[in-house]
Design a protein around this ligand. Structure first.
Ligand code: FES
Length: 127
């Protein structure tokens, strides 16, 4: 699967929102550096965090086991599956929040915002 990614810090800096329809189009045109915006390819049965790391990126994480939410990403387009979820609320799931350390792509194309630890509601979940 092909994953286009964007750093949440960019949204904070520029006053963009996760719900902006043209979020990734704006990002593509903004000359962002390759850590803040780009794409990675995810092999079958590989989680998003691992794929990002294999491509040389350092996305936040701690437990790697679906228990801390440090690795949370917001899936803006496409779909991933998580084998389990013990910490994210229904409301967060509805916003597209997923744990990248245990999320596998379902669709061929995905757009995710990583580094969303300061998204309201997530701060309290991080250990
Ligand atoms: Fe802890 Fe993913 S690193 S939930």
């Amino acid at each position: 699967a092909r994953v286009e990614f964007l750093d949440y810090d960019v949204l904070t800096d520029r006053g963009w929102s996760l719900t902006d329809d043209d979020l990734f189009e704006k990002a593509a045109e903004s000359g962002l550096d390759g850590d803040a915006y780009g794409e990675v390819f995810v092999e079958p049965r590989t989680n998003l965090l691992k794929a990002a790391e294999d491509a040389g990126h350092s996305w936040p994480f701690a437990c790697r086991g679906g228990a801390c939410a440090n690795c949370a990403v917001a899936v803006v387009d496409g779909e991933v599956k998580m084998p389990s979820n013990h910490i994210l609320s229904e409301e967060m799931l509805e916003q597209g929040v997923r744990l990248s350390c245990i999320s596998l792509p379902v669709t061929d194309d995905l757009r995710v915002v990583y580094n969303i630890e300061h998204l309201p509601g997530l701060d309290e979940l991080r250990l």
